[in-house]
Design a protein around this ligand. Structure first.
Ligand code: AMP
Ligand code: ZN
Length: 468
C-alpha cells in the first residue's frame, strides 16, 4: 500500500511501526459552530483511510481531538452570554450527529483539549528544561524555534524565508527572543477561561494540544498524522518541533493532508457568503450523498462543491442502490438455490473488480478509481443476472457490492420509506383530531405526511391517500 507523505513529498510504501497495527491521529475541528462541508472532508477522507486499513487487516487506533478552548469559542460564548464550555459541548454534540449522518465512525478516542491541560503543562515544562522554550515576563511561554534543527522539514520552508515573512510584523515591545518563536502558553484575558500554571493563569496555545493528546493516546511515535492542507504550516510544523524536541524521537512517520473544498470554484468563506454547514446540506440531501461526492475526487486534489456535482453524486449513488435493489428483488423471487457452473465462472470473473478496487485504494487511497470499480461491478451484476439466476449467485454479488461500498463507508440501506400501517395510523389520528375540532393537529398530521411524500384526499367515502 502506497501513501503520499507530505514530509518526503513522495508516495511511499506503508510500513507500520508495529506489525499489524496503525496509530493514527487526525486534527479535529474547533467547536464554535456547526461544522461546515470543508471540515467534513478530512472526516470523510480519513474515516475511509481507516476503514481500508482495517479491511487490509490492520488494527487501527484512531484518535481525533476536539479543540474546545479557542478565541472563536470564547467570542461566541461572550456574544451569547454563556460559558465557553456550553458552546463547545453544544457543538461537539452537533458535530457527532453530523458525523453519524455521514457515516463517519466515532474515533477510538475523542480527547478534549480542556481535559488534557495537565499533560500540556508537563510537556511545556520539559521543553523549558531542555532549553527549547522560555517564559516571557508577562507569563507567555514561547517555543525557541531556531533551536529545533528540523524546523521547516514538513512544509519545506527554510528559516530565512520565514524570517523575511515575519519582518513586517515584528511588533515592538514583544518579549519574544525571535519573531519565529511561537506560543505554547498564554496569559488569560479578562473573562476568559483559564488554568493555573507555573508561568501565569492562562491557557494553552493551539499546537501544544495535539502534541500532548497524540502522545497520551497513541504514544511518542505514531504512524500517521493527518488533517487538511492548511494545517501543514504552522500547525503541523509546530507539532513536530514540540513533540520531537520533547520526546527525542521522530513524531509521525507519514503525514497525510487533504486538499481544500471550494464552492463554485471560489474559496469557501463566511465573508463571501458561499458557506454551507453539513446541517444545511442534510436538509436537501441524505448525507450519504455528501460522502459519495467527496470520495468521487482524490483526497489530495482541490474539490469544487456545486449543486450540479451534488446532483451527479446523487444519481451515481442511486445507480448503485438500484442495482442492489434489483439483486434483492431477484433473490427474493429466485427458484434456484446453488450457483450453476456458468455462474461460478462469472462469480470468479467478478473478483476482477475487487482487485481493481484494491489497486486503486493501494495507490494512495484513490477513491475515485475505487468508485469506478464499484460501478463496473454493479453493471456486471445487472448484465449477468435475471429471473433464472440462483439465489446464491445473487446474494454473492450483493455481498460483494456491499463489501466494497462498506469500505467507502457507503451503506446500501436507503432511508426507510414510511410504512402503510404508519400512514393508516396517522390518518386515523387526524380523523380523531378533526372530530374533536383540533384542526391545528389535523393540519400538522397532513403536513407531516406531505413531507414524506404522502398526499391525502378527503372524499365522500373517507380519506384516500397516495404516494407522490
Ligand atoms: P478547523 O476547525 O478550522 O481547525 O478545521 C478542522 C479540519 O477541517 C482541519 O483538518 C482543516 O484543515 C479542515 N478544513 C477546514 N476548511 C476546509 C476546507 N475548506 N476544505 C478542506 N478541509 C478543510
Ligand atoms: Zn492538530
Amino acid at each position: 500500500m502506497k501513501v503520499y507523505n507530505t514530509l518526503s513529498r513522495k508516495k511511499e510504501e506503508f510500513v507500520p511501526l508495529e506489525e499489524g497495527k496503525v496509530r493514527m491521529y487526525v486534527c479535529g475541528p474547533t467547536v464554535y459552530n456547526f461544522i461546515h462541508i470543508g471540515n467534513a472532508r478530512p472526516m470523510i477522507v480519513f474515516d475511509t483511510v481507516r476503514r481500508y486499513m482495517e479491511y487490509k487487516g490492520y488494527d487501527v487506533n484512531f484518535v481525533s481531538n476536539f479543540t474546545d478552548v479557542d478565541d472563536k469559542i470564547i467570542k461566541k460564548a461572550i456574544e451569547e452570554g454563556v460559558s465557553a464550555q456550553e458552546v463547545s459541548q453544544r457543538y461537539i454534540a452537533e458535530c457527532k450527529k453530523d458525523m453519524e449522518g455521514m457515516n463517519v465512525r466515532p474515533a477510538t478516542a475523542h480527547p478534549l483539549a480542556t481535559e488534557e491541560i495537565g499533560g500540556m503543562l508537563e510537556m511545556i515544562s520539559t521543553l523549558i528544561e531542555k532549553g527549547y522554550a522560555y517564559p516571557a515576563k508577562d507569563g507567555t511561554v514561547y517555543f525557541r524555534t531556531r533551536k529545533f534543527k528540523g524546523y521547516g522539514k514538513l512544509s519545506h520552508k527554510n528559516l530565512d524565508d520565514l524570517q523575511a515573512g515575519h519582518r513586517d510584523i515584528q511588533v515592538t515591545g514583544q518579549e519574544k527572543e525571535d519573531p519565529l518563536d511561537f506560543v505554547l502558553w498564554k496569559p488569560k484575558k479578562e473573562g476568559e477561561p483559564y488554568w493555573e500554571s507555573p508561568w501565569c493563569q492562562g491557557r494553552p496555545g493551539w499546537h501544544i494540544e495535539c502534541s500532548v493528546m497524540s502522545k497520551k493516546y497513541l504514544g511518542e511515535e505514531i504512524d500517521i498524522h493527518a488533517g487538511g492542507e492548511d494545517l501543514i504550516f504552522p500547525h503541523h510544523e509546530n507539532e513536530i518541533a514540540q513533540s520531537e524536541a520533547c520526546n527525542g524521537k521522530a513524531f509521525a512517520k507519514y503525514w497525510l493532508h487533504n486538499g481544500f473544498l471550494n464552492i463554485d470554484n471560489r474559496k469557501m468563506s463566511k465573508s463571501l457568503g458561499n458557506f454551507f454547514t453539513v446541517r444545511e446540506i442534510s436538509e436537501k440531501y441524505d448525507l450519504q450523498v455528501l460522502r459519495f461526492f467527496m470520495l468521487g475526487a482524490h483526497y489530495r486534489s482541490p474539490l469544487n462543491f456545486s449543486a450540479e456535482l451534488m446532483e451527479a453524486a446523487k444519481n451515481g449513488l442511486e445507480r448503485i442502490h438500484n442495482g442492489v435493489d434489483n439483486l434483492e428483488f431477484l433473490a427474493k423471487n429466485s427458484q434456484e438455490g446453488q450457483m450453476g457452473s456458468q455462474e461460478a465462472v462469472l462469480w470468479q470473473q467478478s473478483q476482477e473488480f475487487v482487485e481493481k478496487f484494491e489497486a486503486a485504494m493501494d495507490d494512495d487511497f484513490n477513491t475515485a478509481d475505487a468508485i469506478s470499480a464499484v460501478f463496473e461491478l454493479v453493471r456486471f451484476a445487472n448484465t449477468h443476472t435475471g429471473e433464472g439466476s440462483s439465489k446464491e449467485f445473487l446474494e454473492n454479488l450483493h455481498g460483494r457490492i456491499g463489501l466494497l461500498c462498506g469500505i467507502l463507508g457507503i451503506t446500501l440501506k436507503q432511508q426507510e420509506d414510511i410504512l402503510d400501517e404508519e400512514i393508516e395510523g396517522l390518518i386515523a389520528e387526524r380523523q380523531a383530531a378533526r372530530k374533536e375540532k383540533d384542526f391545528a393537529r389535523a393540519d400538522e398530521i397532513r403536513n407531516m405526511l406531505l413531507e414524506q411524500g404522502i398526499i391525502l384526499e378527503d372524499t365522500r367515502e373517507g380519506v384516500k391517500w397516495k404516494r407522490a
